[in-house]
Design a protein around this ligand. Structure first.
Ligand code: NAD
Ligand code: ZN
Length: 361
């Protein structure tokens, strides 16, 4: 086993735990920490400094997805911290003790199956999901996997890097598969949220024209400040399809990237998309999409699901943030604020992201 020189791993830690489905979130002050000697080959122990709170964590806590999570559940999958121990006999670790790394939703995959080989690591049958099937980043220490943790660029602060590990990589990858090119229009329902506000920025960095769709003055101000070309409030618009098409040459956007966790965000997209356009599905309500078959065929629409990103996508999305082209807009709080952050997410009150400082480093 190997432990970071001069570092003592405590026996207990603070962690935000949901003991069973439907149970309230509890901040446990003496949750056990896995010790270095107990790490398996390929595992590493990461001392978390910051973590983002994603709407997915809320789906996990509520248990509103058709795939069950583990319990007790420690959520969180936008974590940044330092590697303080690596399991004995870990072969060819791409990271070392003391490295600052990110923990993303995809905690580990086998890297050998057909899905991993074809660039669909997230669909690996052996995949481990941070904060869903394995403990996540809402704790001071988390066990992760040397092959999948993501090195954080030196010039990017941990708090600013955290949400790139999910919101950033997911929207960056979704834009990559959106079949768009420089100068095209993209509609972003959910633009003022955690994923959406990064989608606005990656889209602008890729040379796209952005129609930002969300609601309320705070989100309007945010997306406009990030370079959105058009703002449409889905609650006050009288005819959202007509408004979106009018804003994009009368023909509709070339792609829609839906990060809203609502069915209507999807149903409308088939109506307003340009002929030959692509609907990229990212937001994950457990709902039918309501895509009309006739119009999907008649308009030559492509419907593309996009699920997080690969190790390479994570590195690329962080590089773009490190180059200053994309910035996470966040409010920082402590781990004990998690319960109220969930309430605010549920109510749609958060413009951008909330980042929790888990430990001072
Ligand atoms: P968020 O709550 O921060 O943002 C969602 C935004 O959608 C909010 O600003 C809300 O006001 C807006 N919205 C709601 N209904 C809308 C509508 N009809 N039209 C336009 N905007 C609408 O959530 P988030 O953290 O950005 O996550 C969004 C969704 O993406 C969640 O369902 C989450 O689970 C999912 N997600 C998917 C992936 C993936 O790999 N595909 C990765 C991460 C998150
Ligand atoms: Zn997420």
């Amino acid at each position: 086993m190997s432990t970071l020189e001069g570092f003592t791993i405590p026996k207990t830690q603070t962690a935000a735990v949901v003991k069973e489905l439907g149970a309230p979130l509890e901040i446990e002050k003496s949750h056990p920490v896995k010790q270095a000697a107990d790490l398996k080959p390929g595992e590493c122990l990461v001392h978390i400094s910051h973590t983002g709170v994603c709407h997915t964590d809320l789906h996990a806590k509520e248990g509103d997805w058709p795939v069950p999570s583990v319990h007790p559940l420690i959520g969180g999958h936008e974590g940044v911290g330092t590697i303080v121990a690596i399991g004995e006999n870990t072969p060819n670790s791409p990271v070392k003790l003391g490295d600052r790394v990110g923990i993303k939703w995809m905690a580990d995959s086998c890297l050998n199956c057909e899905f991993c080989r074809r660039g669909f690591e997230m669909n690996c049958p052996e995949v481990k999901l941070s904060g869903y099937t394995v403990d996540g980043t809402f704790s001071e220490y988390v066990v992760s996997y040397t092959n999948h943790v993501t090195p954080i660029p030196a010039n990017l602060e941990s708090a600013a890097a955290a949400s790139i590990l999910c919101a950033g990589v997911t929207t960056y990858k979704a834009l990559k598969v959106s079949n768009t090119k420089v100068g095209d229009w993209v509609a972003l329902p959910g633009a003022g949220g955690g994923l959406g506000h990064l989608a606005v920025q990656y889209a602008k960095a890729m040379g796209l024209k952005v129609i930002a769709i969300d609601t309320g003055a705070a989100k309007e101000k945010l997306v406009k400040s990030l370079g959105a070309d058009v703002w449409i409030d889905f609650k006050t618009s009288k005819d959202i399809v007509a408004d979106i098409q009018a804003a994009s040459d009368g023909l509709g956007p070339h792609a829609a990237l839906v990060t809203a966790a609502s069915q209507t965000g999807y149903t409308q997209a088939i109506s307003y998309l340009r002929k030959g356009g692509t609907l990229v599905c990212v937001g994950m309500p457990d709902a039918e999409m309501g895509a009309n078959v006739f119009w999907t065929v008649f308009k030559s629409i492509r419907i593309q699901g996009s699920y997080v990103g690969t190790r390479q996508d994570a590195i690329e999305s962080l590089d773009i943030a490190a180059a200053g082209k994309v910035k996470v807009i966040y409010e920082q709080k402590g781990l004990d604020a998690l319960k109220s952050v969930y309430e605010d997410l549920e109510a749609g009150k958060i413009a951008g992201r909330v980042i929790l400082e888990v430990s001072k480093q």
